[in-house]
Each structure stands twice: as structure tokens, then as C-alpha cells.
Design a protein around this ligand. Structure first.
Ligand SMILES: Cc1cc2nc3c(=O)[nH]c(=O)nc-3n(C[C@H](O)[C@H](O)[C@H](O)COP(=O)(O)O)c2cc1C
Ligand code: SF4
Length: 434
């Protein structure tokens, strides 16, 4: 083993890891050079064989995504680096950009060579001004050092432009097709798939969209090879994963651990256990879009996509939110319902209306005006939203709420029959069909 399992974050505690000088002192940009000595197709095959899967949410195999990009002579191809990081609970990409921007840029060069792209956009969340500055400085350093210079990249006749775009605070612009629409200068509305962006993406041209953490893995795969990479995790999901841990734990933070690490180990060993010794009640296992889990469901699980899927939830962006026995799940549901209603782009009726109804029904429960039939109503409205929309924000809104009413109905029942404020009552008026 040439590097520890926390290869992505291993330099974070060192002095100035964000600089080009530091990155090159660790062999940085030599791995992209190595990639550029390979035939692009061979590079795609290598990444396919590594088993690397996307770290943005959907977990799609990276090499396979790249292999869908048509290679027609003279065709423009693009990359969109998804640095929007807006999934509640997730806070890893901002540190990857702040502390190791050259690791990401090297990953972008490797991806660009593999699909023969001439332009990459880094779509960075608008609320990350410091990270934006760091990325801009790193790009300027790379240009000054001749790494990305005019018509050449790392001295090779391969022109690559890396441009930075800032989001304007819309969660939906993290969804890949909405991101493309936003880069094109329009309101960030998702598009129907197919066609998939790898074939028809930015400005109608083939485009690969990859997350910051996904791309940051590439230099290490190039450096150390697939056997090294596959020593962690599972056959279908190797490597490490950066877990964003928050909530009622003693040591919330980012933990880069081998994929497939037991949840119990993340909680007890790395995150310092439950705050105040209280009991675990609920877990968001992979960002706010994932169905929530009870303590009994979660404690035996390993953190990899297959294990979480088998348990009827998902790994998503690997953001873990821990909630203790004092947590009011109706409040959690209300928070989530407000968020997804606010963030729905409104193009699809089931999502636009469904998220609105969910917010109203959960709000009246939160304020004490709920009744037993609301539990099945929330479940039904959620069910009507799924599988009927342009993108999966509808599922992301429905699944967590469905899981909450199914698993913690008594938290709702405790509030039935209580008074709620008049101004709130007005806002959460009885739905006509309820
Ligand atoms: C509503 C919504 C929001 C999303 N937000 C993000 C995000 O902030 N960052 C991200 O990398 N992926 C996000 N995704 C996933 C992207 O659509 C896409 O799958 C991902 O960027 C692909 O990169 P990867 O294969 O490297 O994971 C989001 C998806 C949805 C449906
Ligand atoms: S599902 Fe919701 S967010 Fe996605 S396109 Fe439709 S209305 Fe917009």
C-alpha cells in the first residue's frame, strides 16, 4: 500500500496544501501526464476497470459514463464539474476545493483527455466565495506554470479551457441537466432524459458531468493502479468515501473511510459516539433525499451503495445526519417539506403541487392540527409524485417524508388535537380533498 485509505484528504492538515508548489511536491500533475501518455480509450477502460463510481449522488460508474461519449472527428465535447454541493447535510466538496484544488484540476485534465473534451466548466455553488477564490487562484497558478497554457496542456498539444461558473443559490442546479441549462444562460430547469448529457449535453454537444470528489479520485487511480484502489470497499463500489457526519454526535466532521465501513464504526469510533450518551433515534444515511432509518435498521449496516439499497435507502452524497431520542420527527419532516417545496423548479405538476401539499399537511401537523388520516395522506401524496416527473427531485422530496410517517407515526400522534396559531392556520388551510 503506497497511500493510506484517506488518500483524498491525507494532506488537509499540512501547511498550504492548496498551492501548486505543495501539490507538485507530492508528485502532482505527473499522474495526469501519465494519463495523457495513454490512448483515450485505454484510459476509459482503466477507469472502468477501477470500479470508480460517482460521488455526487446517483453513484453511476464513471468509466462507463465516459464510454457513452461519441468520438466523432472535430466534435466539441464538454465537462461540467459538479461543485454545487447543495444536498443538505453534505459538506465535503467545499473542503476538497478549498484545501486541494489541484487534486480536482488534475482529475479534470484526466477526464478531459479520456473523452477528448476541449472545455470544462466548474459549476461552483454561489455560497462558496472562498472556495471560488481558491479554485480561481489554483487555475491561475496552473496557467502561470504552463500546465494549462494556450493551446497546450502539460506540454502536450491538447488545448483545454477550464472556466468557472457560480450558481445563484438554487438546489436544483446540482441536478445534472439543470446545471447544463444554467450554464447555457437559462433558468436552471432540468431536461428530460434520454437523451443523456453524455450524448446530447451542453449546447447540444456530448458532456460528462462529474462530481468534485469523483474527479479527485482520478490522480490516485492513475498513480497506484486498480489493485491498489480495489483493496477497499466492495467489488461494485471500491475506494474510499468522504462521509459528512453531522447532528447529535460528539465529533461531527468529515471522515474519509473505506467504502463499506460499518455504520457503527462511523458513529462510535470516528464520530465519538452519541452526544450526552443519549440513544440513537434516526439516521439520514446519504443526504436529505435518502429515506431515513431507525437505529435498529441502521446499526448493522455497512456504508456502501448495495448494502444501503438492500435496506431500502441510499448512499447518495454520503452525508450522515445523526438524530438522538430527543428529536421530534415531525419537526424534521416539516424542515424537509419546506426545503423541497421551495426548491422544486415547478415544471412538473406532481412535483410542483405535491411538494406544496406535503408542506401544507406536514405544517398543520407540526402546528397541532393534524389527524390520523394525515399519516396515510402524506404517504399517498408522496407515492403519487414518484416516477412521474422530469427529474428525481420529486422522489427526493417524497421518500424521506414517507419514511418518517411510516417509521415514527407516534411523533405525529403526540401533536394531534393541539392548538396552533391563527396566522399559521391560515397558511396551512385544509386541502380540499382531505
Ligand atoms: C435535485 C438534485 C440535486 C443534486 N445535487 C447535486 C450536487 O449538489 N452535487 C453533485 O455532485 N451531484 C448532485 N446531484 C447528482 C447529479 O445529478 C449527478 O448525478 C452527478 O453530479 C454526477 O456526477 P458523479 O457521477 O460524479 O456523481 C443532484 C441530483 C439531484 C436530482
Ligand atoms: S421533478 Fe420537480 S424539480 Fe424536477 S423538473 Fe419536475 S418540477 Fe422541476
Amino acid at each position: 500500500m503506497t497511500d493510506p485509505h484517506n488518500y483524498l484528504t491525507q494532506f488537509w492538515a499540512e501547511k498550504n496544501p492548496h498551492t501548486l508548489e505543495f501539490w507538485q511536491s507530492k508528485g502532482g500533475y505527473e499522474f495526469a501526464k501519465k494519463a495523457m501518455e495513454m490512448e483515450p480509450k485505454a484510459l476509459i477502460d482503466l477507469v472502468k476497470a477501477s470500479g470508480l463510481r460517482g460521488r455526487g449522488g446517483a453513484g453511476f460508474p464513471t468509466g462507463m459514463k465516459w464510454s457513452f461519449v461519441p468520438q466523432k472527428e472535430g466534435q466539441q465535447r464538454y465537462i461540467s464539474v459538479n461543485a454545487d454541493e447543495s444536498e443538505p447535510g453534505t459538506f465535503k466538496d467545499r473542503y476538497l476545493m478549498e484545501l486541494t484544488p489541484h487534486q480536482m484540476i488534475e482529475g479534470i485534465i484526466i477526464c478531459a483527455w479520456a473523452i477528448q473534451a476541449s472545455t470544462a466548466f466548474i459549476y461552483i455553488r454561489g455560497e462558496f466565495p472562498f472556495q471560488y477564490k481558491r479554485v480561481m487562484e489554483a487555475l491561475a497558478e496552473a496557467k502561470k506554470a504552463g500546465i494549462l497554457e494556450g493551446g497546450t496542456t502539460l506540454g502536450k498539444n491538447f488545448p483545454l479551457k477550464i472556466l468557472v461558473m457560480r450558481g445563484a443559490g438554487a438546489y436544483i442546479c446540482g441536478e445534472e441537466t439543470a446545471q447544463l441549462t444554467s450554464i447555457e444562460g437559462n433558468r436552471g430547469n432540468p431536461r428530460l432524459k434520454p437523451p443523456f448529457p453524455a450524448v446530447v449535453g451542453l449546447f447540444g454537444c456530448p458532456t460528462v458531468i462529474n462530481n468534485v470528489e469523483t474527479l479527485s479520485n482520478l490522480p490516485w487511480i492513475l498513480k497506484n493502479g486498480n489493485d491498489w484502489y480495489r483493496q477497499w470497499g466492495t467489488e461494485k463500489a471500491p475506494g474510499s468515501r468522504i462521509f459528512s457526519v453531522s447532528g447529535h454526535v460528539n465529533k461531527p466532521g468529515l471522515y474519509e473511510l473505506p467504502m463499506n465501513v460499518p455504520f457503527k464504526e462511523v458513529l462510535e469510533k470516528h464520530s465519538g459516539g452519541m452526544k450526552g450518551g443519549r440513544k440513537l433515534k434516526a439516521v439520514v444515511p446519504g443526504g436529505s433525499s435518502a429515506p431515513l432509518m431507525t437505529a435498529d435498521e441502521m446499526l448493522p449496516i455497512n456504508m456502501d451503495p448495495e448494502s444501503l439499497q438492500a435496506a431500502k435507502t441510499m448512499m447518495g452524497s454520503s452525508a450522515i445526519v445523526i438524530m438522538d431520542e430527543t428529536t421530534d420527527m415531525v419537526r424534521v419532516a416539516y424542515n424537509l417539506a419546506k426545503f423541497y417545496h421551495h426548491e422544486s423548479c415547478g415544471q412538473c405538476t406532481p412535483c410542483r403541487e405535491g411538494t406544496g401539499w406535503l408542506e401544507k399537511i406536514v405544517a398543520r401537523n407540526y402546528h397541532g392540527g393534524g389527524k390520523e388520516s394525515d399519516l396515510s395522506l402524506i404517504d399517498q401524496v408522496g407515492g403519487q409524485m414518484c416516477g412521474r416527473t422530469i427529474c428525481v427531485l420529486a422522489e427526493a422530496a417524497a421518500w424521506p417524508l414517507q419514511s418518517i410517517v411510516r417509521k415514527w407515526p407516534d411523533d405525529f400522534r403526540k401533536r394531534f388535537g393541539k392548538q396552533f396559531d391563527a396566522h399559521v392556520a391560515e397558511r396551512v388551510a385544509e386541502p380540499a380533498h382531505a
